[in-house]
Design a protein around this ligand. Structure first.
Ligand code: SF4
Ligand code: SF4
Length: 144
């Protein structure tokens, strides 16, 4: 049996997500290591329905538990940063670029920021598309 369209879209998304991670990597390493108020310590549960669907369609597991011990910040944050692989993080974690990080990306290389923004837009579109395709695929499956 072939792949469902929603699974193909999840594959495309996976590629794009790894691309946006790679594009930011150097700047993240420079700026976030010295951050006084890391965004991961200021947020709570960030997974939305599209993140959960992407995990399912790309064969990833949900790796969170409801009752964490951390009082403040994301429960997936460990002593050495995020405990999730890049492909398993909620999209917002890739998309959120604070002003300091933005400044570093701009400084590092011309063209990277617009490229990132372009890819974020495509990811956004594909995430909505994946959801619609998933529902169509379910219908097809029910019909046999
Ligand atoms: S993205 Fe910005 S706020 Fe978040 S850890 Fe990096 S420097 Fe800090
Ligand atoms: S999932 Fe990872 S990157 Fe996202 S807020 Fe939590 S610790 Fe930070």
């Amino acid at each position: 049996m072939g792949m469902y369209q929603s699974e193909k879209t999840a594959k495309e998304l996976e590629t794009l997500i790894l691309e946006v991670v790679a594009l930011q990597k150097d700047s993240v390493e420079i700026v976030c290591a010295h951050c006084k108020s890391p965004c991961c310590e200021r947020v709570d549960h960030l997974f939305g329905e599209k993140d959960v669907l992407f995990l399912k369609l790309s064969g990833r597991k949900k790796r969170w538990r409801k009752n964490g011990t951390r009082k403040k910040g994301c429960r997936l944050l460990g002593p050495f940063g995020c405990t999730l692989g890049p492909g398993s993080r909620p999209f917002i974690c890739h998309h959120y670029i604070c002003p300091d990080l933005e400044a570093e990306i701009l400084r590092s290389e011309a063209g990277v920021l617009p490229l990132l923004q372009e890819k974020f837009k495509i990811i956004d579109t594909l995430r909505s598309q994946m959801w619609a395709e998933y529902l169509d695929d379910l219908l097809r499956r029910q019909k046999g």
